[in-house]
Design a binder for this molecule. Structure first.
Ligand SMILES: Nc1ncnc2c1ncn2[C@@H]1O[C@H](COP(=O)(O)OP(=O)(O)OP(=O)(O)O)[C@@H](O)[C@H]1O
Ligand SMILES: [Mg+2]
Length: 227
C-alpha cells in the first residue's frame, strides 16, 4: 500500500531559462527576447503582463511544447498544466474517469481509490468521484483539473489565468487551494500562476512582470509595482 502523503511528489522543481528567445514560425518578431530567470523553490509564483506580452508562450516553453529559437532551458520538474477554460482540458464524462486518465495505471485498485479520494479531498471535492462533468460548476471543473495534476504526481503546475472565467467566490476557492498546496512544508508543491487580476498577487510568494519579451526580477508582492 502506498502512503497517501507520498502522492504529491516530494521534490522541488528546478527550471532555469538562460538568454532564451523565441519567435513563432514565419514571424520575425521575438515574442520571447533574451529572457533569463529561475524557479527553484517551492511556493506560489505569479506572472502578470499585458495581453500578447508572451505569458502563454512562456508556459509552453517551460513545459516543452515549444522549443526556444535561442538560449538554454533546463527543466528538472514534472510539469502539469491548468488552462483558463477547463472545458478545453477535461476529456472524460465524469470525475473518476478524468482522474483515472491521469493516474499511474500500475497501482492496485485500492491504491487508485485512495489516490482519487486524496486528490479530490485536496481540492475540496470530497465525494465527487461519480459526478458527471456536466453537473460541475466552472470553479469545480477548475478544481478537478488541479486534482488531475496532483494525482499524476506533478510537482510543478503551470496555471494560465485559471480564474479568469470564475466568479469571485470560486476564484478565491481555487486560489486558496493552490495556496494551501504550495504552503505544505512536508510535501513541497510549486505553482506558476498567470493572472490579470491584480488582487491575486498578494497570495504569491514572488511576482514578476512579462514585458518586452522578458521577465522582470522576482519580487515579494508588497514590493511589486505594476503599471
Ligand atoms: N500559435 C501561434 N502562432 C503564431 N503566433 C502566436 C501563436 N500563439 C501566440 N502567438 C502570438 O504570440 C504573441 C504572444 O502571445 P501569448 O498568447 O503568449 O500572449 P499572452 O501574454 O499570453 O496574452 P494574453 O494575456 O492575451 O493571454 C502574440 O502576438 C500572439 O499573437
Ligand atoms: Mg495568455
Amino acid at each position: 500500500m502506498i502512503e497517501v502523503k507520498d502522492t504529491l511528489q516530494n521534490q522541488v522543481p528546478n527550471v532555469t531559462f538562460k538568454n532564451v528567445s523565441f519567435s513563432w514560425p514565419g514571424k520575425k518578431e521575438l515574442v520571447i527576447n533574451n529572457c533569463s530567470f529561475s524557479i527553484n523553490k517551492s511556493g506560489l509564483w505569479m506572472i502578470v503582463g499585458k495581453n500578447g506580452s508572451g505569458k502563454s508562450t512562456l508556459l509552453k516553453l517551460i513545459n516543452g511544447l515549444l522549443k526556444p529559437s535561442n538560449g538554454v532551458i533546463s527543466n528538472l520538474a514534472n510539469v502539469g498544466m491548468v488552462f483558463q477554460n477547463p472545458d478545453h482540458q477535461i476529456l472524460m464524462p465524469n470525475c473518476r474517469s478524468e482522474l483515472l486518465l491521469n493516474i499511474n495505471k500500475k497501482l492496485s485498485r485500492k491504491d487508485i481509490t485512495n489516490k482519487i479520494n486524496f486528490a479530490l479531498n485536496k481540492v475540496g471535492l470530497d465525494g465527487f468521484d461519480k459526478r458527471p462533468i456536466h453537473t460541475l460548476s466552472g470553479g469545480q471543473k477548475q478544481r478537478l483539473t488541479i486534482a488531475c495534476s496532483l494525482i499524476s504526481d506533478k510537482n510543478f503546475v503551470l496555471l494560465d489565468e485559471p480564474t479568469a472565467l470564475l466568479d469571485s467566490n470560486s476564484q478565491l476557492k481555487v486560489l486558496d487551494i493552490i495556496k494551501n498546496l504550495t504552503n505544505n512544508k512536508r510535501n513541497p508543491f510549486t505553482a506558476l500562476w498567470i493572472t490579470h487580476r491584480l488582487e491575486e498577487l498578494s497570495y504569491s510568494d514572488a511576482v514578476a512582470e512579462m514585458k518586452n519579451g522578458s521577465l522582470s526580477d522576482w519580487e515579494k508582492p508588497l514590493n511589486f509595482h505594476y503599471n
